[in-house]
Design a protein around this ligand. Sequence first.
Ligand SMILES: C[S@@+](CC[C@H](N)C(=O)[O-])C[C@H]1O[C@@H](n2cnc3c(N)ncnc32)[C@H](O)[C@@H]1O
Length: 213
Amino acid sequence: MRLDVFTLVPHAFAWLTEQRPVATVLGGELDLRLFSYRETTPLRNGQVDDEPYGGGAGMVLRVDVVAAALDAAYGGAPPERVVALTPKGRQLTQAVVEELAAAPGVALLSARFEGFDERVVEHLATDAVSIGPYVLSNGDLPAMVLVDAIARRLPGALAEGSGELESFSAELGGGLEYPHYTRPAEFRGWRVPDVLLSGDHAKIEGWRREQIR
Ligand SMILES: C[S@@+](CC[C@H](N)C(=O)[O-])C[C@H]1O[C@@H](n2cnc3c(N)ncnc32)[C@H](O)[C@@H]1O
């Protein structure tokens, strides 16, 4: 799939692109592109935001700036899903991630300061997504959260089997995964459940099913 991020700090995504699973699928199942609003702004001196009409604190990301960035990238044919990242959007869940990961193309729009001119959300975006009921300083961390969450759903992103039985997955009925343990079998008197050391795979499977919440 093609995943495009519109931001003021494309370089901030360098770290993410070096990490698994994003690095694993990059150039294969994932075509990740980073666009700077500043590169295509129709305003002078790289201006992208402006004072709010009606007064008040903060600066607002201009609709003409976002439109110019989308036009430059897509020439009037934007992807199926254009997601404005905003605390006022639909809360991100695994179901929303699956939905976006199934789209052939997704654009993620990041803002800062007071956020987007509302016309971006109303007319340029198809979706508004919040990564949680709290406010961050800009949309870049939310965009990274989505890039990571989407990338790990793409074919080949994860080792065989590790992506299916995960918390919130359909296979676990949307529940939380069973607990994991590794060596040592005992540490400070804290023992790994005996069943996991039993070698009885049917019993282990049953115990794991019981632990799903
Ligand atoms: C400081 S926030 C703007 C907050 C906005 N004035 C409000 O009260 O809802 C700046 C930008 O960070 C991003 N952002 C902050 N928190 C977010 C969240 N929980 N989910 C998604 N994006 C968020 C959005 O792009 C937002 O426009």
